[in-house]
Design a protein around this ligand. Structure first.
Ligand code: HEM
Length: 351
């Protein structure tokens, strides 16, 4: 696999060949044809032109795409997001567990910490929904959901509801099996990415820059990790007549992939684009910097970004509190090809 050294670091990222090819071939191309029916775009103005064509449709939305063919309503989506927000706020208000140990292989170690922090108090079947192993096959998720929904039933009255997450009460309050199964599927859609993607982001930050200077704010570290290794490295918009006016090279049958991975490294938009420089965010505005869209386009940004960042900061706090360092014998980390750009294993040890 081709490797990619960030700045002068002794640590390298080994990108999957397809991603490495994108970086080397299209690094400075504003628009390029990837397949007979797919256009890639990395130029911020062209991205804006496409994105202003129309909002994302329900099949392009990662979290609230239809559940088994049935659309998720705005009201339903808001209820789940509000529940998750309340759970994250409640978890972060509790004092940090002095015994918490996040050494070991990441992102696994961070993901387990978050799962226990947010959902550790609930029923085993619900905790299973945040389990990484369900990623292996969608059928496995569906099997776990259908069985879990049948097993859970109504909440037992001896189980204090205050101990459960708000997300869990949405599942347990469902009036019948079908509603419970649907709520459980959405529980999975919310809980799993909260644990995986946040831990994946922090893993990238650690690999790119740890150990950090004491005066470097967590927020800057995360914004910089989101720039160089954006978990959502491409954003899909399916072929649509609204996109034709953005550029004459876009045809009526072309799907469009927007690449934050490339716009985040464009030398026209960034000084020293390959360097991991958290301090650049002292000056830059992460909400408005051209071509910077780790949480999606303005107007359609990730609904969870204000939850994701404080959770990621909690993980960084723990790593910094315990003085964890990357295992000195590790010099490469792999970024596999997948929907989420993440490093497969970074070993964190006590200094
Ligand atoms: C590091 C973590 C995350 C990153 C980098 C991220 C990034 C993004 C991006 C780029 C979009 C725009 C997608 C598009 O326009 O096609 C998006 C949308 C969205 N994200 Fe996130 N996200 C993260 C975590 C989460 C989590 C944990 C949740 C909720 C559990 C979430 C919920 C949403 C929702 C609801 C939308 C709006 C579209 C939809 O229905 O899916 N995100 N996110």
């Amino acid at each position: 696999m081709p490797t990619h050294r960030i700045g002068g670091s002794t640590r390298a990222v080994e990108f999957a060949p397809r991603i490495a090819e994108l970086l080397s071939r299209y690094g400075d191309a504003p628009l390029f044809r990837l397949e007979p029916d797919t256009i890639g775009i990395a130029d911020p103005d062209l991205m804006n032109a496409v994105l202003s064509g129309r909002p994302a449709n329900e099949h392009e939305r990662p979290t609230f795409k239809p559940v088994q063919g049935s659309s998720v309503t705005r009201t339903e989506a808001s209820a789940f997001m509000q529940a998750l927000g309340a759970d994250v706020r409640a978890a972060l208000q509790r004092p940090v567990d002095s015994a918490a140990d996040v050494s070991g292989p990441w992102p696994n170690a961070g993901q387990i910490y978050l799962r226990d922090l947010l959902f550790g108090r609930e029923h085993l079947w619900l905790r299973l929904m945040a389990d990484r192993r369900l990623e292996i096959a969608p059928k496995l998720t569906w099997a776990a959901v259908t069985t879990g929904a049948a097993v859970l039933g109504k909440p037992k009255r001896d189980e204090p509801l205050s101990k459960l997450s708000k997300l869990a009460t949405l599942v347990l309050d469902a009036q019948n099996y079908r509603d419970r199964r649907r709520a459980m599927f959405l529980y999975r859609r919310m809980s799993a990415p909260t644990c995986f993607t946040v831990s994946a982001l922090v893993t990238s930050a650690l690999w790119l820059g740890a150990p950090f200077r004491d005066d470097t704010p967590n927020r800057n570290i995360l914004l910089e990790a989101l720039r160089l290794l954006p978990p959502t490295w491409n954003i899909l918009r399916m072929a649509s007549p609204e996109f034709l006016s953005a550029d004459e090279r876009i045809g009526p049958g072309d799907d469009i992939l927007l690449f934050p991975l490339l716009s985040h490294r464009n030398p026209k938009l960034w000084d020293a684009p390959e360097e991991f420089l958290p301090e650049r965010w002292d000056e830059l505005d992460s909400e408005n910097h051209p071509g910077y869209l780790p949480f999606g386009p303005a107007g359609e940004r990730c609904w969870a970004r204000h939850l994701v960042l404080p959770l990621a900061e909690r993980l960084l706090d723990l790593v910094r509190r315990d003085g964890l360092v990357i295992s000195p014998d590790q010099t490469k980390a792999k970024a596999e090809l997948g929907g989420l750009l993440k490093l497969s294993e970074v070993r964190m040890v006590r200094a």
